[in-house]
Ligand binder design. Structure first.
Ligand code: SF4
Length: 238
């Protein structure tokens, strides 16, 4: 199965159809859970009876609301979510040498590398493909050319190449929230406080309605630098 074949088959389909098609063709796949979009995908997959494997990254710096939200999602869908933690030795070295807020001075890449990218790399190394809730309109700077299916340019899978599926790639924020409201899908209560894109507590702040959602992340850095390394291929491909 080539990426081109998958792209041709899935590009025009709706997210539910994309998920059905993915699960009928690919084994050893997991959904990455963090934001509102990811719960929409979990909801669709569970309602299709796909029994998805789901994982999330616990950086140790998330809002208390986010930890409670993880448990809410597990309880709501009767689902175990694999919670990935950073490797302790690298984390100790970072915090002992640079303290707990080095990202404000040195940029976020080093801390994200230890708390997010390394645990993700280890986990993805056991998969053939992963599914994300990324959408094009989340960021003009880094996600504008996103496709429904991509060869992951940043990580490798169990047999080498790793496929990344973005079934909500063409959906707008409004479509996501219409789905959440209509089907009473659980969402992080921080969204009701003006947070749109939610990451770690020290690196996330609320945004205004006219702002690019990613402007609330790492606001002290340039707009084209606002990926934490999980979706570096979105930058590489630009
Ligand atoms: S988002 Fe901030 S606290 Fe979280 S891993 Fe990245 S730099 Fe560290």
């Amino acid at each position: 199965m080539s990426i081109q074949t998958l792209q041709a088959e899935l590009a025009q389909k709706e997210p539910r159809e994309i998920l059905k098609s993915i699960y009928s063709q690919v084994d050893n796949i997991a959904i990455s859970f963090s934001g509102a979009e990811d719960v929409v995908l979990i909801d669709m997959a569970c309602k299709l009876g796909l029994k998805p494997t789901v994982f999330t990254l616990d950086t140790g710096r998330l809002h208390p609301e986010t930890y409670r939200f993880m448990q809410t999602v597990m309880d709501h869908y009767q689902l175990q979510i694999a919670v990935l933690a950073p490797e302790q030795e690298s984390l100790n070295k970072l915090t002992q040498e640079k303290g707990l807020f080095s990202f404000y001075k040195d940029g976020h890449k080093e801390c994200c590398g230890i708390r997010k990218v390394a645990p993700l790399r280890r986990y993805l190394g056991g998969l053939s493909a992963w599914i994300t809730g990324q959408r094009r309109d989340q960021s003009k700077a880094t996600r504008d050319s996103l496709d429904v299916v991509e060869l992951d340019g940043a990580f490798s899978g169990k047999d080498g190449e790793l496929i990344k599926f973005n079934p909500l790639c063409h959906w707008s924020s409004e479509q996501v929230w219409n789905y959440i409201r209509a089907l009473e899908v659980p969402f992080n209560p921080l969204h009701s406080q003006g947070f749109i894109s939610i990451g770690c507590e020290p690196c996330t702040r609320p945004t205004l309605p006219h702002q690019d959602p990613r402007e609330g992340r790492w606001w002290w850095e340039e707009a084209d630098n606002k990926e934490c390394g999980l979706h570096s291929s979105s930058i590489i491909s630009k």
